[in-house]
Write a protein that binds this ligand. Structure first.
Ligand SMILES: [Ca+2]
Ligand SMILES: [Ca+2]
Length: 228
């Protein structure tokens, strides 16, 4: 897969640097990158500037086959240094949310906790979740609307409403980025590996607020943190 397909990022980008403070060599990613070795960036990222929500994985293929740490960073033109204990780790990276616009209404569900592994991405009611059927362990929501997650197919069974209310960032020109980050579905009263359908809007009596995800650094431009 081409890691720099500009037609897909929707204004999202992630410029990565091999040294702190934007130093060393750099590369701007606008697409998922399942193996940073391809871009001479394996275990090399020390600092980055991001627009959108980006996840950085210790191992290739988003830790799908070998578990590892996950860093996340989101914002609008948000620059950060990874602290010295956290540099030179990433071997793959990807964004969450729409491939065509920054803050469209989307959901993404992940096979692993902490946004690891395979994903299923949706922008509308989904009667089933394809290959992620009954495998969902973590969730990201972007945009303005709630989504209802059901433990049965076709919007049946136990359900929970989630809102994109974990982080809100405002940028220049009226740009905004709204995120709901749920690294472990059991923290929002869903069973692990149980979600089977997703509907746009809030159709459950059970509305669960995001438990706060810990940021290592936060500014008005964005925030970053790590999982594991
Ligand atoms: Ca690595
Ligand atoms: Ca799972």
């Amino acid at each position: 897969m081409d890691c720099t397909d500009v037609t897909r990022a929707g204004g999202k980008y992630c410029t990565c640097y091999s040294e702190q403070n934007g130093g060393g060599y750099s590369f701007t990613f606008t697409e998922y990158c399942q193996d940073l070795y391809t871009y001479n960036f394996d275990n090399a990222i020390d600092s980055t500037t991001v627009t959108g929500l980006w996840m950085f994985y210790e191992n290739v293929d988003y830790n799908a086959f070998v578990p590892g740490r996950v860093y996340w960073a989101h914002g609008i033109d948000f620059g950060l240094n990874f602290p010295i204990d956290y540099v030179d780790m990433s071997s793959s990276l990807r964004f969450a949310g729409s491939p065509t616009c920054l803050n469209c209404d989307t959901f993404t569900v992940y096979d692993g906790v902490d946004f690891n592994g395979a994903e299923y991405y949706g922008v509308t009611d989904s009667y089933d979740l394809g290959a992620l059927d009954a495998k969902v362990s973590s969730i990201v929501i972007t945009g303005y609307t709630a989504w209802t997650f059901y433990e049965g197919l076709s919007f049946t069974g136990f359900s929970v409403c989630l809102y994109p209310d974990t982080f809100h960032t405002e940028g220049p020109g009226g740009l905004t980025l709204d995120l709901g980050m749920y690294p472990d579905v059991t923290q929002v009263q869903l069973y692990d590996n149980a979600v089977r359908s997703v509907r746009q809007g809030c159709f459950s009596e059970k509305v669960v607020k995001a438990s706060s995800i810990k940021a290592e650094f936060r500014s008005e431009k964005g925030a970053w943190g790590y999982l594991n």
